[in-house]
Design a protein. Structure first.
Length: 386
């Protein structure tokens, strides 16, 4: 009683995993299937109800629900506006619960009904909360739906969760990771294949928190290079898995996760005067321009601790930009706190901001979008071999 063939199911799941469901409707139909793309705000009960009824009218029933919609803001408690908190809770938690609630009556009429939430295992290690409590609460809300609904409908309906072992190339990852992050990711295909394996199981297979690679290994898959965006390149681990971020970062550094992690060539030239932080800001000033300022429009403050503690600023909002020691001339849009040694590593390209943030080495307050833009400046510096 499968409602899709294997190839069509994978097409649907790849579209869901990549966040391009609406645009992939044509691909599904070209493969011989039938698609009903709907634009729905899953916080709106009426809109969901209308879409569900359209699906019933079009296909005669519903066999599978994949809860994938999610909003993300990796900001601390004081830096997360309630508007963003409400958005994440509304889409991730409430949206998953509401969509499931409205579709379950139809799923119970299917011979092999499934709900699959793209959400992580419930890992209560505080490291996954301290830098983005609101996002973690919202994402874990999706997982708690699995925990509760799997038990509530045991024997009638399969409810499971799926999470990637590594970062997956999506629009969200491009936003969070910045330029060059794609080569550290896998394609959405791995999630599609893992999801298909789960959805092919009987309805008694329920209440599991699964990781894509583990699922496929159980299916006999041994070579995962085909799923890599850039085969052979080490991969960025995803959030919420058992290893702590500090261990993950160490592993990435040991295996050269990105060329930026490789130490710079040895030089016999004496270090510039003024100390390592001043040298870094001298390099920053060397790449400032009106174009950089125009494309960024942000003011940054760096509160550095450790051996070379102090306050520094980077003004990418005024004129041709400026950088130096002390408070910024304008109110900072972004405040970054980190050890001075890690700061130098980050601007030298030896420590990726994403991993620094994940491991707790970098704390960010303020506009996360502007924080991400700063990585472009770092890229320019590395290309200039500073």
């Amino acid at each position: 009683n499968k409602c899709f063939t294997a190839s069509l199911t994978r097409t649907v799941l790849k579209a869901v995993g990549s966040g391009k469901g609406l645009g992939q409707a044509g691909s599904l139909e070209a493969a011989g299937g039938k698609a009903l793309p709907c634009i729905v705000d899953i916080r709106d009960e009426q809109q969901i109800g209308t879409a569900v009824q359209k699906a019933i009218d079009t296909f005669g029933g519903i066999d599978i629900l994949v809860n994938n919609a999610s909003a993300i803001s990796l900001t601390g408690t004081l830096e997360t506006p309630m508007k963003k908190v409400d958005l994440m809770l509304g889409i991730n938690l409430r949206g998953t619960y509401l969509t499931s609630k409205l579709i379950i009556p139809h799923l119970l009429k299917s011979r092999c009904p499934h709900i699959l939430n793209l959400s992580p295992p419930l890992n209560l290690n505080p490291v996954w909360f301290k830098n983005h409590t609101a996002y973690t609460m919202a994402k874990y809300g999706m997982s708690m739906c699995v925990l509760g609904m799997a038990e509530e409908f045991r024997g009638q309906l399969a409810v499971n969760a799926l999470w990637p072992k590594t970062a997956i190339q999506t629009a969200a990852m491009d936003m969070l990771g910045g330029e060059g992050v794609a080569k550290q990711c896998r394609k959405a295909d791995i999630m599609a294949d893992a999801a298909y394996a789960i959805l092919s199981k009987p309805k008694e297979y329920t209440g599991h928190f699964l990781v894509d690679e583990d699922v496929l290994r159980e299916q006999g898959v041994q070579d995962f290079e085909a799923y890599a965006v850039q085969p052979g390149h080490p991969l960025l681990p995803d959030f919420f898995l058992d290893e702590t971020p500090d261990v993950l970062v160490q592993q990435m550094e040991q295996h050269g996760a990105t060329p930026a992690f490789k130490p710079p060539p040895l030089s016999t030239a004496p270090p510039p005067s003024g100390g390592p932080i001043e040298s870094t800001f001298k390099a920053i000033r060397g790449v400032l321009s009106e174009d950089v300022v125009k494309s960024t429009q942000g003011v940054y403050r760096f509160d550095l601790s450790g051996e070379h503690a102090g306050v520094w600023f980077l003004d990418l909002k005024s004129g041709s930009g400026s950088a130096g020691k002390g408070d910024p001339p304008l109110k900072a849009d972004v405040v970054m706190k980190m050890d001075s040694g890690d700061f130098n590593k980050m601007f030298a390209g030896k420590l990726k901001p994403t991993l620094a943030f994940m491991s707790g080495k970098l704390q960010i307050k303020g506009d996360m979008t502007l924080a991400i833009k700063l990585e472009k400046l770092m890229s320019r510096m590395n290309k200039a071999k500073l």
